[in-house]
Write a protein of this length. Structure first.
Length: 342
C-alpha cells in the first residue's frame, strides 16, 4: 500500500508463539527462582480468601493452575519483534477483512445504528476495532484466562499489573455475568471478541442485548456496544474522524523539529508524535492530502505521525484509538480500515 524507506516510529507487534505445554520451572529470573509457582499461587489464594472469596470458588478457578511456557515466551519476546508498517498493515487489513467488514456492516446495520446513537461512535470505527482485535470474533484466543494471568502475575516482569488483572478476573467469574468456561482469550489474558483485559471488562463491558449478562464472547450486540462504550469513555468526539495520510514537502520535513516539538506526555506512541497545530497552519507549511489536494478548511488541531515513508495528520480521536492499544501501527491500521468500511 505504501513504500518503506525510513523508520521513524516502531510499533511493537505481539506474536503469540504456538508452542504449548506446562513450564518446567527453570526461570531465568532470580525472583522467579526464589518463589516457585506453587508457593506463589498458595500465597495469592490466601489473599483472595481474605478478600472474601470462598475456598470452593477459589478451588474451581485457581486450584490446578500451572504456568504456561508459551505465555512467558510471548511476553519476553514481544518487545523485540517489529515489522515495518506496510507489512503490519497488509497482514491485518487484508481484502478479506475489508470485504467481511462491509458485509457485517450491512448485516448488522440496525444494531450498529442503535449502538452509534447510544454511544456516539460511528459504526465503521466499531467494526474496524472488532476486525483488528479478533477478525470479527473469529480469532478470540483459546488460552484459559486464569492460567495466562496467573503465569504473568507470577513472572516478575509485569507482576503488579497482572496480579491486579487476576483479581479482576476473579471478580468477573464471581458475578452472574459470565460462565467461567467462557473465559478464554489471548496469551496475555485479553478476553473475547473485543479482547478486553479483565479491568476493561469490569469498566466498559455492556449488556446491550438485555439478557442480563455482559457477554463479549458470544453476543454481537454486547461486543459492539462494549467497543463503542470504551471509545466513548476514552474521549471519542462524534462528528470527527481520526485523521488522514498526507504529503509533507521535503523542506518542511527537514525543518520539522524546529517547527513543532514532540509530545512529552502519554504512552510511548503518544510521545512519538508531534504536538498539535491548527490544520490551517499545517496547510501553510505545505502539507497536502495524499492526492495533492488541499487540506479541509475546518477548525481542528492535528498532530503529525510518521511510519517509515508514510505520513499522517491525526486528530483527537486518534488519541482515543491509541487508548485501545498504544501502538501507532495498530491505531493507523484501525483508522485506515475504518475508511475502507465507510
Amino acid at each position: 500500500m505504501y513504500s518503506t524507506t525510513r523508520l521513524v516510529i516502531t510499533s511493537l507487534v505481539t506474536i503469540a508463539l504456538l508452542t504449548s505445554g506446562v513450564l518446567t520451572i527453570r526461570a531465568t529470573n532470580k525472583q522467579a527462582l526464589e518463589t516457585p509457582f506453587e508457593q506463589w499461587l498458595e500465597s495469592f489464594i490466601s489473599e483472595a480468601r481474605e478478600r472474601g472469596y470462598s475456598s470452593s470458588f477459589l478451588e474451581s478457578t485457581l486450584g490446578d493452575l500451572k504456568p504456561l511456557q508459551r505465555v512467558i515466551r510471548s511476553d519476553r519476546t514481544q518487545a523485540e519483534l517489529t515489522l515495518d508498517f506496510n507489512r503490519y498493515y497488509q497482514t491485518r487489513v487484508t481484502p478479506s477483512v475489508i470485504e467481511r467488514g462491509r458485509k457485517l456492516k450491512q448485516q448488522h446495520r440496525k444494531l450498529l445504528d442503535r449502538v452509534a446513537e447510544t454511544f456516539g461512535v460511528p459504526p465503521r470505527f466499531i467494526l474496524a476495532i472488532w476486525g483488528m482485535e479478533s477478525r470479527y470474533g473469529q480469532v478470540q484466543g483459546k488460552t484459559p484466562v486464569f492460567q495466562a494471568l496467573a503465569t504473568l502475575a507470577w513472572e516478575p516482569r509485569r507482576a503488579k499489573f497482572f496480579r491486579t488483572q487476576l483479581f479482576d478476573a476473579l471478580a468477573i467469574a464471581a458475578s452472574s455475568d459470565v460462565e467461567t468456561n467462557w473465559m478464554l482469550g489471548s496469551w496475555a489474558g485479553a478476553m473475547g471478541q473485543p479482547q478486553f483485559m479483565p479491568s476493561s471488562y469490569l469498566q466498559y463491558a455492556v449488556d446491550f442485548d438485555g439478557d442480563g449478562k455482559r457477554n463479549i464472547w458470544n453476543s454481537t450486540a454486547d461486543v459492539l456496544a462494549s467497543i463503542a462504550r470504551y471509545l466513548q469513555e476514552h474521549g471519542w468526539k462524534n462528528g470527527r474522524t481520526w485523521g488522514r495520510p498526507v504529503i509533507v514537502p521535503s523542506a518542511t520535513q527537514d525543518q520539522l523539529p524546529e517547527i513543532v516539538s514532540q509530545r512529552s506526555q502519554g504512552c510511548s506512541a503518544k510521545r512519538n508524535m508531534t504536538q498539535r497545530l491548527p490544520l490551517n497552519q499545517w496547510h501553510e507549511l505545505g502539507v497536502r492530502r495524499l492526492d495533492g489536494n488541499v487540506l479541509p478548511k475546518v477548525t481542528i488541531d492535528a498532530s503529525l505521525v510518521e511510519a517509515e515513508s508514510n505520513t499522517f495528520l491525526v486528530y483527537g480521536n486518534y488519541d482515543t484509538l491509541l487508548s485501545y492499544n498504544c501502538a501507532h501501527y495498530y491505531a493507523l491500521s484501525v483508522g485506515l480500515l475504518a475508511d475502507q468500511l465507510n
